[in-house]
Design a protein around this ligand. Structure first.
Ligand code: UDP
Length: 239
């Protein structure tokens, strides 16, 4: 169920398939990790073999970013829809409230995860949020102990990339949690601090442009897309 771009695996499962597999992991008491893949991360992994290993160690690599869709088209692959980190987060929370599973929000600036929790509870009143912690606490043991006391089924980690993925891999085994997802700026959006693009802009695949206007410093990251596509094209020609 995966395609590989410049050495990095990307899943071509749908939201529904992924969510079914993830809740099966919880039922079977398996540990699994979800990581969002975009061209920027794939390019970084070219220069950083440990990042490549890290991304490929995840169980579910979701195609978050239009660049991955374009690469899949060029390669006659099957990835046609973005699976964004934030939508995956929302779906897992919705399903968790349905199946009576609990979630924990770890990361972002003080107060943000708490506000995100309040807003999630308005959306899904039955959601069990077993705890929240901000992402600037220095005492790692405190973070681990707090999460273990809360025993969530799903832990969302918002520390930015690849810090959050590293954090998950380093602490996975000592945490009493089944599913881990690195969610980047998701809590900032859910808290209302940052606005997500209107649905139409998202549908048109122009969310990157909207974010660029709100957060102009992203230009440096986004300008890597043509390079990514060129490298994928070269790679396809070589094969
Ligand atoms: N963050 C954090 N601790 C840190 C560094 C960052 O909690 O030490 C949070 C930051 O407040 C923000 C998120 O991580 O909420 C990073 O969001 P961004 O949109 O930059 O994620 P990316 O695009 O890197 O996945």
């Amino acid at each position: 169920m995966k395609e590989t771009y410049l050495g990095v695996d990307v899943s071509h499962s749908s939201y529904e398939e992924l969510s079914q597999q993830i809740f099966e992991d919880i039922r079977q008491n398996r540990k699994s990790m979800i990581v969002a893949i975009n061209p920027e991360k794939i390019l970084k992994a070219q220069e950083d073999p440990s990042l490549m290993t890290l991304l490929n160690k995840a169980d579910y690599q979701i195609p978050d970013g239009v660049g991955v869709l374009l690469a899949s088209r060029m390669n006659k692959g099957r990835i046609r829809k973005r699976i964004t980190g934030i939508d995956m987060f929302l779906l897992l929370c919705e399903q968790a409230s349905l199946y009576n599973k609990s979630v924990f929000l770890y990361g972002a600036k003080p107060g943000i995860a708490e506000q995100a929790k309040e807003n999630m509870l308005k959306k899904y009143p039955n959601l069990k949020v077993s705890g929240v912690l901000d992402g600037y606490i220095k005492d790692e043991q405190y973070v681990i102990d707090t999460i273990n006391e809360a025993k969530p089924d799903i832990l969302f980690v918002a520390l930015g990339s690849p810090g959050q993925e590293n954090w998950i891999l380093n602490h996975k085994d000592e945490l009493d949690v089944n599913v881990f997802q690195g969610v980047g700026g998701t809590f900032d959006v859910m808290s209302g601090r940052i606005k997500r693009a209107p649905a139409l802009i998202q549908k048109l695949g122009l969310e990157w442009f909207y974010r660029l206007i709100l957060e102009p410093w992203r230009i440096k990251r986004q300008s890597r897309l043509p390079l990514f596509l060129y490298k994928v094209w070269q790679d396809i020609r070589r094969k």
